[in-house]
Design a protein around this ligand. Structure first.
Ligand code: ZN
Ligand code: ZN
Length: 401
């Protein structure tokens, strides 16, 4: 009976019925400070981003945005979902943060953004469908909500959804805390990740050329450049971030130090960061081509090649060159024979077959502290690189292919 009835419904009618049936569903979601980055109390909620809305939340559902500060559960606002998109399908206007999936609010369904402090009585009465059905309380601090208790997307019981709906207008609106203010000024990790090795390389060159910045000297750590010079890591990252985002970056916009995204990304770009005064671990000589035959066999080219390899053993410059090359060409390939090892060997492993070669032949004429420029470097496949080194070793001219 039921299936013949639904077959009679028009497509529109079916969609409407489905939407109405799901109106009953209500969820809590959680925002850290980056979720409300750019919001001022009173602004309407513009949507939400996450990695796992799809399959849980449907159009027509009501979403309550929560946050915990100092053990107090705060209701930041609510909206009814109009549609859900993946990042490639677009994001709601005004939503600034990167996410895999977005919720778009139905027209006029969104409340304003505010810090609404929920009473302990209300918090302990909240119930969820399935799984852990209550808001977990901190075992060590009576009356405080446990920090990670609300981080998952959780479906409210109808009665609890009603209680939160009422709290939107009745709960006490409290000012933001000093910690909120501080963390709101921090840029989200998605933005920090736009700092790529080529941008770090460029900001180091700018600092060595005396670029002005707001970061001051480093108190605890040094970043060691390829040339062995010491620079304040936060300043290096801040300048690179300004290049990535095309805006002014101040010290309050991100944190540095062990465990920070700043230090991790600088290290991934090939730089050592050491506590002030500490030495850098020494490099190990390991050029496959020089191991094969002693450089002394070819006195005319040996010195040249030795210096050449010395300049090439600079991981940060090589990583910067590769990042820059991919931005310009969309992929890595050999500049000499045009081979694309990624096509042959597959993505991650193929990239390992592209090496960075110092294309300026007269490296011996460079001053010892010459700053490598990315234009001096070339991406070569391992075969071409070995071939070019052979010519260098024998003192033969290197012709462009
Ligand atoms: Zn090649
Ligand atoms: Zn080389």
């Amino acid at each position: 009976m039921r299936s013949s009835l639904s077959q009679k419904l028009t497509r529109d009618g079916y969609d409407r019925e489905r939407k109405e049936r799901q109106m009953a569903n209500a969820f809590t979601i959680y925002w850290g400070a980056t979720g409300w980055h750019g919001y001022v109390p009173g602004d309407p909620l513009l949507g939400a981003g996450s990695s796992d809305f799809i399959g849980k939340i449907s159009p027509g559902d009501r979403v309550y945005v929560t946050n915990i500060a100092g053990g107090v559960l705060r209701l930041l606002g609510a909206f009814t979902v109009d549609r859900i998109t993946t990042a490639s399908e677009g994001r709601p206007p005004g939503v600034t943060w990167e996410a895999k999936e977005y919720l778009w609010p139905e027209a006029s369904s969104a409340t304003s953004f505010a810090f609404r402090a929920l009473s302990l009585e209300l918090v302990t009465s909240l119930r969820f469908e399935g799984g852990a059905d209550q808001v977990a309380m901190d075992r060590h601090a009576p009356g405080k909500v446990e920090r990670n208790a609300m981080r998952a997307i959780r479906r409210l019981t109808p009665a609890s959804a009603q209680a939160l709906e009422e709290a939107l207008t009745t709960a006490a609106v409290v000012p933001d805390t000093p910690a909120d203010k501080r963390s709101r000024e921090r840029l989200p990790a998605e933005l920090l990740r736009q700092v790529t090795p080529d941008l770090i390389f460029a900001s180091i060159a700018a600092l060595l050329n005396g670029a002005l910045h707001e970061f001051g000297e480093s108190t605890d750590y040094d970043l060691i450049t390829d040339e062995g010079l010491r620079l304040p890591p936060k300043a290096v990252f801040g300048l690179a971030l300004a290049r990535a985002l095309h805006r002014q970056i101040l010290p309050k916009h991100f944190s540095a130090g062990e465990g920070s995204a700043c230090f991790r990304l600088l290290r991934e770009a090939g730089y050592h960061i050491v506590p002030k005064g500490e030495m850098v671990p020494a490099d190990i000589e390991n050029d496959p081509d020089t191991n094969e035959i002693s450089l002394d066999t070819y006195p005319e080219g040996g010195k040249l090649l030795r210096q050449h390899i010395g300049r090439e053993r600079k991981p940060a410059a090589a990583l910067a060159k590769k990042a820059d090359f991919i931005k310009k060409h969309g992929r890595l390939f050999c500049e000499r024979c045009q081979a694309d090892p990624v096509e042959i060997f597959g993505s991650e492993h193929g990239e390992a077959c592209i090496e960075v070669h110092h294309a300026r032949v007269q490296v011996s004429h460079m001053p010892e502290n010459h700053q490598t420029r990315l234009e001096d470097l070339q991406c070569l496949c391992a075969n071409c690189h070995r071939f070019v080194h052979r010519l260098l070793r024998r003192g033969l001219p290197i012709t462009a292919n």
